[in-house]
Structure formats: C-alpha cells, structure tokens
Ligand binder design. Structure first.
Ligand code: XMP
Length: 429
C-alpha cells in the first residue's frame, strides 16, 4: 500500500466527514471508523500513522458515554483527542484547524502527504485483484459518474473478468447510451452488454400518472432486467457497486441516525448471492471525479450534473407518452448545448427541461397550434436540500426559447421556473 493513513474514530461528532476531508486536503489519506473498532481490526488497516478521537453531541448513546477501548489509547501511534466538549476544544477557525491538524499529522505522526489519485488507483487495483482473484464481476453501468468510474477502475484492475450491463430504459438524456457504448466498448475494450429495454419500460409505464408509482415501476423493472442478464451469465461471484462515501455516511453510523436509507443492491433476489466490490466507498464526490479523470474518462462523463435514477421519466409529467418524452429529450439537449456555449456548464448545479401533460393555444405560420409548453429549470445548491434559481441572462432565455419552439416537435411555448426550493422541489415530480 502506498498511502499513509490518519484514522478518525467516531465518538459521536457529526463533523467527522469534514475532518476527514480536511486531512485529505493536507494530502494525507483519512478514514472514519466506529468507536468500537477492535485492536485486531485496527492492526489490519494499512499504514495508520495516527488516530483522532472526535467526540461531540452524540457521544452519549442510550444514556451512556461511549469511548474507545483502552487498547486503542495504548496503540503505538499518536492519538489526538478532538472532543468538542472535552478538555481539548477543537478550533472553529479554518486556518487554526488547518494548523492544528498539520502539526498533528506531519509533526507528531510523521505522515507523508502521499494521498493522490495515482496512488489511490494503484492501491485499489491491487486490492481488487486480491479480492476477486480469477473470478468474474458484474456491474450495472448506467453511465452516471459513480458507475462509470467504478467500471473504469475495474477494467484497469481485471479487464475482461468484468462484465458491464448497460440497461437503456429509454429515459436517458440524448446521446447517453451511445456514449456508454463508445467509451466502454470501443475505447476501453470492456465486456459490455447493451440491453435495449426501451419498449419494455415504456409499456410498463403507459397510463401511469402518479410520480411515486412511476419511480417504483422504473426501479423494479430495472432490477428485473438486470437480474435476467445476470442469470444468463455463468460463474459470476462478485457485483461491482458505485457506492461512494456520502452514501455510507448518509446511511447512518453507530452514533448518528440515518439521514436516508440507502439501498444500493435494490432487492436482487437472494439466490443471486454476490459479494460486493466497492472500490470507491471511501471517496467523496469530487475525489470520484478526480479518479475518473485520472483513469482517462471523458470530461463530459466525469463532470456531468446530477441526474435522477428515474431519468427523464419524472420530467415527462403525468403518464409518459413517447412524443412528449422526445420533446423532453430534445429540449434538454438544446438547453445543455446553449448552457455549454454560454459558459454555464459546470457553473450551474443542475438544469433541465420539463414537459407537462397539458397543451396551450399558439400560432405558427399564421395557423393556430395546440401544443405543449416546455419548462426550463436551472438551480444552484450545496446539498440539494435547498436550492436557488440561476439568474440566467434574459437574452439567453430568449435564444433557448427560439430554438426549442423552432426545433422541438409539438412545442409552442417555453417558460422559466423562478421557484426556489423551498417551496418548489428541484424536480417537478
Ligand atoms: P428534489 O426534486 O427532491 O431533488 O428537490 C433533489 C435532488 O435529487 C434528485 N432526485 C432524484 N434522484 N432518484 C434519484 O436518483 C429520484 O427519484 C430523484 N428524485 C429527485 C434531483 O434531480 C435533485 O438533484
């Protein structure tokens, strides 16, 4: 293993992820582990140069103050107590925190600043090969950032022992399924099974207007299609997963209750009993992107904006029809193209179009039209819990309007959604 590590033991502080990030920002790898880690588990972790015990408001669990075992205090590396309520208050000022951390990490622990993507990738390649041996791995490759980066890492580690399955459910953005095939099959020479399940999904969704019902159908059908493909393959023992650190943190720790439940293996049947390979599970999102970049994935794949699992399905409001779905896909492509041309790509957090299921009257070439409106949405946020609306230049909104009404079939009006979250959500469904 190439990287030194500073271990953060969770004594109930919600600030642990921030602390781990601050240590990584110094160039030293850091992981958070539960307070009840055993000496054996600790010894099994590679290159631990120091331990930080970080307590806080959740230190008292069920009326009892939790602590790490004596063995940990006596372990042969420097230990820092960063308890918020204890006798060593942790500085709030970022510069002071940085200095305190640097002193501990480099001065006391003598850690090397060797946390970088090349070393991370080299370590993971080694670990993946160790875990998988000569066995086969299956991966659902949506083309999103996390699954694409896992795919690229697994291809580097085990090449053709990996089989990727890309399910095209018809709800992806324009050009996405093609890009997955181009990058992974043609450029990276991966085993890629492309499943055209468009008709299957759209048939299942026909007439279904309730947003939660639509989500359920899309999720369940996805698992069914993936499972069918998995059953066709022989001798697969492992399932690759694009789990990243925030997924694990949000699922809750021993001291902090789950923010939201996280189901990565969404209900695969028990007889498809895979072991998981999750090489990104210790990375924050920006690190996942850096990893993808270092592995040679195109910028368009690595820096793309968030895209919901049910895809355009929740942007074609009400019961999905093929013509309105195409109107969503085409208008979205125009919006993305214009944002890219005008320097807004990578600046605005999320932007997309929505097509509602009602029509309005318009006029074109002297004739009455009765067509759909397209709603534009462009928002900025840090955590998606609240969001503000991007102040898009009026001239650009006019240009996008002109293009959409001229180029997208069945559309005669364009609106810009000015609603922040709250009280609107980011998506319309
Ligand atoms: P809302 O609409 O709740 O969206 O303000 C917040 C963020 O979550 C995304 N989103 C989803 N992502 N499956 C997902 O994977 C979903 O069903 C889903 N619904 C919303 C949304 O795009 C935004 O980034």
């Amino acid at each position: 293993m190439k990287q030194d590590m500073i271990l953060v033991l969770d004594l109930g502080s919600e600030e642990n992820p921030r602390l781990a990030r601050e240590i990584r920002a110094l160039g030293v790898y850091s992981e958070i582990h539960p307070h009840d880690i055993t000496l054996e588990e600790l010894k099994a972790l590679p290159n631990v140069k120091g331990i930080i015990l970080n307590g806080g408001p959740n230190r008292v669990v069920d009326g009892v103050e939790i602590d790490v075992s004596k063995d940990i205090y006596n372990y042969d590396v420097p230990v820092l107590l960063a308890d918020h309520k204890g006798d060593k208050p942790w500085p709030a000022d970022p510069a002071e925190r940085k200095e305190a951390l640097s002193n501990f990490v480099f001065g006391l622990c003598g850690a090397q600043a060797n946390w970088n993507m090349d070393n991370f990738i080299a370590d993971q390649v080694e670990l993946i090969r160790e875990q998988v041996g000569d066995k086969k791995v299956l991966l659902a490759l949506s083309g999103g950032v996390d699954s694409s980066v896992v795919a690229a890492l697994l291809i580097k580690a085990i090449g053709k022992q990996l089989t990727c399955v890309h399910v095209n459910h018809g709800l992806l953005r324009k050009g996405e399924p093609e890009q997955v095939v181009e990058v992974f099959r043609h450029q990276m020479d991966a085993n890629l099974i492309y499943v055209d399940a468009v008709d299957r999904f759209l048939d299942k969704l026909a007439g279904v207007a309730d947003p939660e019902q639509k989500r359920k159908i899309i999720g369940a059908e996805f698992i069914r299609v993936f499972e069918e493909e998995a059953r066709k393959l022989d001798g697969i023992e492992f399932l690759g997963q694009g789990t990243i650190y925030p997924d694990i943190i949000e699922s809750g720790t021993k001291t902090v209750k789950a923010v939201k439940s996280h189901h990565n293996v969404g209900g695969l049947p028990e007889d498809l009993d895979f072991q998981l390979v999750e090489p990104l599970k210790m990375l924050f999102k920006d690190e996942v992107r850096a990893c993808g970049k270092a592995l040679g994935l195109p910028d368009g794949m690595v820096y793309r904006q968030p895209f919901p699992g049910p895809g355009l399905g929740v942007r074609c409001l009400g019961a999905i029809t093929r013509d309105r779905l195409e109107a969503v896909r085409e208008s979205d492509a125009i919006l993305r193209e214009e944002f890219a041309k005008n320097g807004l790509e990578g600046k605005v957090w999320q932007y997309f179009t929505v097509v509602p299921d009602f029509k309005s009257v318009g006029v074109k070439d002297g004739k009455r039209t009765f067509d759909w409106p397209v709603i534009l949405r462009a928002v900025n946020t840090v955590d998606a819990m609240t969001a503000t609306v991007e102040d898009v230049p009026f001239a650009l909104l006019q240009k996008i309007t002109a293009r959409i009404t001229a180029e997208v079939k069945g559309v005669n009006r364009v609106l810009y959604d000015l609603t922040p979250k709250p009280c609107g959500t980011i998506e319309w469904e």
